[in-house]
Design a protein around this ligand. Sequence first.
Ligand code: GLY
Length: 346
Amino acid sequence: MYHLSLQGSVSLSDIYIGGGIFSTTAKHVAEKFHPTRIHVVTDSNVEPLYLRALCAQFPLTVTYTVIPAGEEHKNLATVASIYEDLCEAGLTRSDLLIALGGGVVGDITGFAAATYLRGIHICQIPTTLLSQVDSSVGGKCGVDLPQGKNLVGSFYQPELVMIDTDILSTLPERIFCDGMAEVIKYGCIANRDILELISAPDFKSNLEQIVYECVRIKRDVVQQDEHDNGLRMTLNFGHTIGHAAEKLGNYVDLSHGQAVAIGMCAAAKLNILLGGNDLTQIIADACTMHQLPTSLPYDNEAIYNSLLSDKKRMSDTLNFILVNQLGRADIRKFPLDQLHELVAQL
Ligand code: GLY
């Protein structure tokens, strides 16, 4: 088992990573919190697999909300339904909310925790690879609006994150591969050894170490730039064009991981256009090996127009993350007209 601490501006997160640690959740909760009530939020996919086993660990009554699975439910109406259940269960600021699920559950529950009573304790138990290596750590939480993804949110650190890599064995392969895009991202931006580790045919036997290496990078980045003003933007490698493609497919045609894989391959090509090193084959091979797509499925002009609505756009410039040497990311600010010309050549 691995243990990492993340010192946020308001609280300290304890992050535990290991096969089988789900069954020790109550022990770690008792070490850190003194709740008289616990409320779990999960979704309709995860409920039949893990909810009962989680509730049974605690010596007190645990209430819960089961939300429908799917990104289309990551909205304010779902948050309102959680607030209702929290009021009904009588949760106070000394009590604990637990998010049990993938990225959608984690983001919504984190936002409910950040805002209910102006903030109550939250523990994240991520159940997908994507949420284990990325969204459960670092405190970004929020919901979508009809106008776009993650347009309402907050930075609110979970004080406990329980990452059980054995849980990944129950994931459908497609969902597992989705998370591999974020793993490849960490290899590209911070530690090329991760790319070595995941290229082994039996890499799943090293999953605990692979997840740990990714989370360690995320911890280090977030600790230096919790509120996403600089270094944290490097975690967005592949996400600028990825988000643009995801949006063009109405968040249905491409999963997040597929879109990020396409975005990383496009960013590698863009790096060559700028006279940089050619890393396209290495990145594309890593994606292909994990059943992720590598080429843009939409017209370049449509991609450019879609990325104009990127949250990170600042008036007439956009920050774009480039990797010129594996294991190191650079933040480059592009005037929109230059980016337009570059995207047209991808
Ligand atoms: N998922 C990117 C971040 O947490 O900043």
